[in-house]
Design a protein around this ligand. Sequence first.
Ligand code: 26V
Length: 818
Amino acid sequence: LALAPVVAPAASVDGFAKQFLQNLNFDQGVTLSSSDVNDQYLALAYTVRDYLMARWFDDRAKQKTQQAKTVCYLSAEYLLGRQLDNNLLAARLTDIATEALAQCGIDIDAVRAVEIEPGLGNGGLGRLAACFIDSLATMSVPTIGYGIRYEYGIFRQAFADGQQVEQPDAWLRMGSPWDFAHPEAAQTISFAGHTETYDDEGVERTRWVPEWNVLAVPYNMMVPGYHNGRVNTLRLWRAVATNAFDLHTFNSGDYVESVRAQTFAENISKVLYPEDSTPQGKELRLQQQYFFVAASIADFIDNVLPDDFDLEGLPERVIFQLNDTHPVIGVPELMRVLVDEKKLEWDAAWAITQKCFAYTCHTLLPEALEVWSVDLLGRLLPRHLEIIYRINDAFLLQVREQFGDDELLIRNMSIIGEHPYRSVRMAYLATVAGSKVNGVAELHSQLLRDNVLKDFATMWPDKFTNVTNGVTPRRFLRLANPDLSALITEALGAGWTVDLERLRGLEALADDADFRERFAAVKAANKRRLSRVLEARGDTPLDDGHMLDVMIKRLHEYKRQTLKVLHIVSTYEGIVSGRLDVDDVQARTFLFGAKAAPGYGMAKRIIHLINAVGEVVSADERVQGKLKVLYPANYNVTLAESIIPAADLSEQISLAGKEASGTGNMKLALNGALTIGTDDGANVEIRKLVGDDNFFLFGMSEPEVEALWAEGYRPSDFYQQDDDLRRAIDLIASGAFSGGDRTVFEPLVSNLLYDDRFMALADFRSYLDAQDRVDAAYADQDAWVRAAILNVARSGYFSSDRAMRDYLDRIWHAAPVS
Ligand code: 26V
């Protein structure tokens, strides 16, 4: 009996209903009539799981026996979004489940709505990881996503008087049906202590004598491929104390002290990105990173590889992809495992390690490049610091061999920085150790080679490559935009979901008036759907006939939400001063979605400004309802799925050279929004593909930005020389949006006038001109819809399936298994 294969329940409405009711009774412990919607959600999730389970067992068993190379994606973030719909779709169960629940008298939409999304990421980087594991499963590539099971994900954002307040994201509160805890497979992860040498049968070796341990308990989640029966694994680690509870102390009455160890250990996976401005915060962050990476490497070697595997062969069996620098401590960790534990020679271990890692860089901002103080790293991971020093010594020797004794170059390239304090530069460590280093869009990869990692690119030109980001068409087109999906399928057949270049077939239809009409009807329906979603959240619904102009992304100065605000204020000022005839103004709704880092003061002021401007502009009768500003709180993946299909205009307005790629830009173009954007990140590639006629380009190019910096940028000059700009800024400064109080936005205004690191004022005129072109284009609805269709037709390149093929061919040298 133990050998009997696990079989999925019958894939019929009756089979599904039976399984669902069983799960409701025996797992949730309720009857249908006594169940509430959360019981129903959980039972439905269990049922979907039941269908996927047999395939999951199968794929995991094969992983051990097959010789295939496994992609281990190491990421501190996975911004998964809701799971139910995605998994129903992957398993072809959507219709069956809908019907089965209807037979039980349950509306599946109501059940869908109660799912709390796991927000285990901050933004683009975390969502990218989620898109990648979806594509890898859909392409049947053996993959394990490794990360952290944060108890609290990205904070919930609320507004109080227009200002952001953060609330904890207790996403596990109502149960977590999609993951499976395996406490029996826990790894012990060590910290601190010291190192010592010892004699190992005549060989001098080093060992680490740690001071304390925690347990890393794996939680497995299914990652089903789309319609291919493959189920990969996302393995997230939770920290648990080794000896949680001190009974003796408890009995003596010190209840707090008795659970101290538990609290301390469990803090490691407590919350996503805890504030890292304090030393304690920094230390916790490094603990998190080492915790999940060490657990993942040990797990792969102990549990995924066959027993007695010869580690010389490791590079044929695994690639550890480093999603930014967060997992880079895995490099010295693998060295430690190979040298100290498995007793390989240093050089052999280093040869293996270099082949097993590849590194993706996701930023160009110097302040976002991670460094760890030698002091902290040496205290928390003393053996790893020694290993890093040794890697660096060998590396710098190599630099001297190749470039001579150029001390300045040595100092610039050293993995150890000296100023303002001795630190380990994690991006450099990753670059030295990785077999490949990639940026995430063409421009970004070029700037990495030319600036950030220039000397490394000179040393190892072949190490550097580009893989332009992508997004999963399953979640961001098929699921988020069912009506457009149906229209596309009707026109092109169903294959586009896994072969997005097929969207090219829509180009011909852009000239078909009947198709344009149907496409426009879909957009209108999506706006009505978004409007209902907003209303249900307690937000303002949309007005009919408005262009929907969206800026949805994290709040950061380099992304320039302020530039968007200046456009709104300028238009508003034009109307109220009478210089603009309100009848000539295109009705627009400006929709923002953005969270600011809790400790990022300026970003929070910008949120306050958006809300303040929105309140005044939306309500002013002189505007006659022509301009509306909406800022629904707590923008997340779920809300994005409603906004993106409804959008007309996509704001991608970062200062050129600052946005590594962007992925929201891709999702919006794919759903038929036209982009107004700078030549930055993947915008460059979007514009090339969709064509200049279907994209509103503005602003300085990256070389122009450099030139203006070199010449000396004085934002106040732009303020003086541009009447519209001056009037917009003066209006903000006057207190018009702060009840007459001029102090509220004063820091923001002086920052713009005297600092403006991201050159909003320099690009203002060009931006306004581009917005005029947008208005003119929107006035010709037929031409606009044509351009929107062409955006969809030409965005197939931005599928994360294509991105995965690029990684497989050029970086991982791995392949799908049949
Ligand atoms: C982090 C920090 C932390 C310190 C303060 C400033 C700052 C600024 C940015 C970041 C983000 C770094 C990593 C990241 O999330 N990059 C994003 O990755 C996306 C996926 O590749 C890409 O589309 C975005 O353009 C990029 O910002």
